[in-house]
Design a protein around this ligand. Structure first.
Ligand SMILES: *Cc1c(COP(=O)(O)O)cnc(C)c1O
Length: 360
């Protein structure tokens, strides 16, 4: 008998990311499963990425100087309070390393983004999941879960996968009640698509809360998820330094830095993408209502709705995939019986609706 080398116990604890199937499939597929932008990168962004390719024999700038300068200008937040990561997901995992002691409690709503359980488990923290109320995040219930052991609260607004958003006034009232020694991450991956408030409303409250971080990403409205760039706007310099201290110096690659630095300069294109997403939202939600389905009031680039019980949902997701339409299963995201469907190009949304109609 020979003993086998063993993984750390941490590895056994880590949840497996519920990846959507179909990445390798070729052909005419409507990719509506991963909340990506259906629009290709802007030509200027592609040119910036291409220019960066000629310098690939050099390491990328570990301070992400140009990108942070441009973000500082765009969001009016000092450079020293902006941390860049290899996607927002990288920063969420970094938050676990940087902000949590072993055994600390992390509070988040559920269902919400799949990376939060990962963050907690990887840091050896205890997760406290707070059920949604009618698919909305229940901030009062989250406050009710705070204990002496609480170190971090994560709020996803708009919430993935339920598409709902809370008004910033409610979030600010919540922040005022959270003890200042507890970190709060407000995950705003979809905030540009929200019509509830000005998407930059959270920036106005950031200076008041040293324990707050706003998380944003180039993966959604900027359409650069293939390159992996996300950022946090921190309420304090110390918090930002903590993010950097747990990351390897070159975690954001040179092409990603160049492309994101260019993309942030094109806010007009962002506005046009948001307009197209909102038109798609109307198209999809209208079509769903005609099929007798009532979607949640979406403030994101996807819709969330019930199609039946868990068995029916899984059958529908599978049958849609057979027909080349990829959508996300609610079971995989924490709520059986639901679908999450990302807005695609108008013809893709129409294709989804007509395939769904034949399956109901
Ligand atoms: C997509 C997403 C992110 C960030 O994703 P990255 O591609 O890692 O930048 C963060 N939070 C939520 C809720 C998301 O859906």
């Amino acid at each position: 008998m020979s003993a086998r080398a063993r993984f750390s116990q941490r590895v056994d604890r880590l949840p497996k990311y519920p990846a959507a199937p179909g990445y390798a499939w070729k052909g005419d597929i409507a990719r509506l499963a991963s909340n990506e932008s259906p629009d290709p990168p802007l030509p200027q962004v592609l040119e910036a990425a291409q220019r960066a390719l000629t310098d690939l024999n050099r390491y990328p700038d570990p301070t992400q100087g140009e990108l942070r300068e441009r973000l500082a200008h765009r969001y009016d937040v000092p450079v020293e309070r902006i941390a860049i990561g290899n996607g927002g997901s990288d920063l969420l995992i970094a938050a676990g390393d940087a902000l949590l002691e072993y055994g600390a409690e992390v509070i988040y709503a559920w269902p919400s983004f799949s990376m939060y359980p990962h963050l907690a488990q990887a840091a050896g923290a205890t997760e406290i999941r707070v059920p949604l109320k009618d698919d909305f995040i229940d901030l009062d219930a989250m406050l009710g879960q705070i204990t002496a052991a609480t170190q971090l609260i994560v709020v996803c607004n708009p919430n993935n996968p339920t598409s709902t958003a809370l008004p910033m006034a409610e979030i600010e009232a919540f922040l005022a009640k959270v003890p200042r020694h507890i970190w709060v991450i407000l995950d705003e991956a979809y905030i540009e698509y929200s019509l509830v408030d000005d998407p930059d409303a959270s920036l106005d409250i950031l200076p008041k809360y040293a324990n707050l971080a706003l998380m944003r990403t180039f993966s959604k409205v900027y359409g650069l998820c293939g390159l992996r760039v996300g950022f946090v706007l921190c309420g304090s310099v110390e918090m930002c330094q903590a993010f950097y201290s747990v990351r390897q110096p070159f975690s954001v690659n040179a092409v990603a830095q160049a492309a994101a630095s260019e993309a942030i300069q094109h806010q007009d294109a962002v506005a046009q993408r948001v307009e197209r997403a909102i038109a798609a939202r109307l198209q999809l939600d209208d079509g769903l209502r005609k099929l007798g389905i009532v979607p949640r009031a979406s403030q994101a680039n996807f819709s969330w709705f019930r199609v039946g019980d868990g068995e029916a949902e899984i059958a529908i997701v599978g049958e849609l995939a057979n027909r080349g339409v990829l959508v996300r299963s609610g079971t995989a995201l924490g709520e059986a019986g639901y679908l999450r469907v990302t807005y695609g190009q108008p013809h893709e949304n129409a294709r989804f609706l007509s395939e769904l109609a034949t399956l109901l």
